[in-house]
Design a protein around this ligand. Structure first.
Ligand code: F6P
Length: 532
């Protein structure tokens, strides 16, 4: 069981409150009078440099935050997660996405069963299958090679693979195109199917539960479309694959379990991209590269598990973010990749972070009196600069931001990368320093920038599968650390489940054509309007 420490009642929290009273009027410009700051607050892990020096922190802040992590038993919680304890207590499940990328020979037990052989078997099956499709050994029912992969899934069964296949497009097959159908809005399915030759298309029905309304509706409509073309149920086995934990439902849909790639309830949906849910990635970039991504994530897992908090990257990023959320009162964080390949990274992190830490009840079941997960948002730089950066620079809110960029571009064209890098540096420096009225020749107050806006600069040598794996794991563990300190359960999502139930109830009412009095007058009015 995870311990249940109320962070607000720790000694460190009180000390942090006192420290905040000293720090709230400190400007980073003054902190940077110390030339050692970059050395003190930047961390290199293999090919990734993380500079946290442009934050309103001192060595004392760091030590107090580490004290908080210790008082909240973070180390013990990390060990419990890695060893397969059922730390997702509200669902009575272990949390073992780290086992998916574990290549050691050590066993990991869940309910007295070593789960590593299960994971290895699925990895092997994924390798064989993706090799067969990519080489043309696996063909469609008319003998044509597979040229299109369509992943049908939503939430964690969509956002991870969609983000990664975009991020690693540089390494992707030129002969295979990957599409995603997630929205139940018939427009998405219509537009995607329009351009597909069913004889050359493989559909991956990606759903942990195989009951999610949107995914199953899309899957059945695609199946109908496919059978309208082939008029033969036997053709399904060459074109439909299931990625799921639910054998029964997969069979009920008509997919042979031989065409099912399994995962388990100890893998959370939003943490599942290294499981069978990542099959679209393996098909697109090849299984070896998929494993390179896993080994990147695995190296961060080892770092997270074994490094003292002083130098532990996910821990420090989580603590700095807590400093702003719980003491400065910030409520959102921007993720700003200066890397077009990472354009879906903020959307992926939105689910990972907000579905995990968007909680307001603690592990004792008590309503919280402090803030938890922030709103996560972002767009690639430099596009964001011409859109919302104005508000970050001169608005009334403090919005901590992560800036990400590659030292070496994958596509070098003229001076583009130098311009990109100079924008990255120019923005982070301006956000830190600001511009005072004395710096402005005409003394216009509208041109004053307060500065003191915190940023982390994350610079990787080059975007490789391995690097991407590391970035993913850094953010996963940051979320974990915050959930532990906030004393919440990060691995359930009851809020979303309730929304699903309500939609089902209303759907039945719409089918019956009867609107019960129990709805509020707005919902009744809207239902009348829609059904009229
Ligand atoms: O959005 C709620 C949720 O349960 C997510 O946690 C999950 O990733 C998504 O639905 C899809 O669920 P499934 O993979 O079971 O279809």
């Amino acid at each position: 069981m995870l311990s249940k420490v109320d962070p607000v009642k720790t000694k460190s929290w009180q000390k942090l409150l006192d420290h905040f009273a000293e720090m709230k009027s400190v400007h980073m410009r003054d902190l940077f009078a110390n030339d050692q700051r970059f050395n003190d607050f930047s961390f290199q892990f293999e090919d990734i440099l993380i500079d946290c020096s442009k934050n309103i922190i001192t060595e004392k802040t760091k030590q107090l935050l580490i004290g908080l992590a210790k008082e909240c038993n973070l180390k013990d919680s990390i060990d419990k997660m890695f060893s397969g304890e059922k730390i997702n207590e509200t669902e009575n499940r272990a949390v073992l996405h780290t086992a998916l990328r574990n290549f050691s020979h050590d066993p990991i037990y869940v309910d007295d069963q070593d789960i590593m052989p299960l994971i290895r078997d699925v990895r092997k099956k994924m390798r064989i299958f993706s090799d067969a499709v990519r080489s043309g050994e696996w063909r469609g029912y008319t003998g044509k090679k597979i040229k299109n992969i369509v992943n049908i899934g939503i939430g964690g069964s969509h956002l991870g693979p969609a983000m990664v296949t975009e991020a690693l497009k540089f390494y992707g097959s030129e002969d295979i195109k990957v599409d995603f159908i997630s929205n139940v809005d018939g427009t998405e399915i219509t537009e995607i199917l329009k351009n597909l030759d069913h004889e050359e298309t493989l559909f991956l029905i990606a759903s942990k539960t195989f009951t999610t309304q949107e995914t199953m509706t899309n899957a059945y409509s695609v199946r109908e479309w496919f059978l309208r073309n082939t008029r033969d149920e036997n053709t399904i086995k060459k074109h439909f694959i299931a990625l799921s934990t639910n054998k029964e439902k997969v069979e009920e849909f008509g997919i042979d379990t031989e065409n099912m790639f399994e995962f388990w309830d100890f893998i959370g949906g939003r943490y599942s991209l290294f499981s069978a849910i990542g099959l679209s990635i393996a098909l697109y970039i090849g299984y070896d590269r998929f494993e390179e991504m896993m080994s990147g994530a695995s190296s961060i897992d080892e770092h997270f598990k074994n490094t003292d908090f002083e130098n532990n990257i996910p821990v420090l990023l989580a603590l700095i973010s807590i400093w702003y959320i719980n003491f400065f009162g910030t409520d959102s964080e921007a993720v700003l990749p200066y890397d077009q390949y990472l354009h879906r990274f903020p959307a992926y992190l939105q689910q990972a972070n907000m579905e995990s830490n968007g909680k307001s009840v603690d592990r004792e079941g008590k309503t919280l009196n402090y803030s938890t997960g922030p709103v996560i948002w972002g767009e690639p730089g430099t596009n964001g600069q011409h859109s919302f950066y104005q508000l970050i620079h001169q608005g009334t809110r403090m919005i901590p931001a992560d800036f990400l960029v590659a030292k070496e571009p994958l596509n070098r064209i003229n001076k583009h990368h130098k311009i990109l890098l100079s924008n990255f540096l120019g923005q982070t420096e301006a956000l830190m320093k600001g511009r005072t009225i004395d710096d402005i020749k005409d003394g216009t107050p509208y041109k004053v920038f307060s500065g003191n806006h915190p940023t982390n600069s994350i610079i990787y040598d080059k975007l490789t599968p391995n690097t991407l794996g590391k970035l993913i794991a850094i953010y996963e563990h940051k979320i974990f650390v915050q959930g532990i300190i906030w004393n919440i359960y990060s691995f359930d999502q009851w809020g979303v489940e309730y929304g699903k139930q309500l939609a089902n109830i209303i759907q039945n009412e719409m089918n019956d054509g009867k609107i019960p009095e129990s709805h509020d007058c707005s919902t009744k009015g809207l239902l009348n309007h829609l059904m009229g």
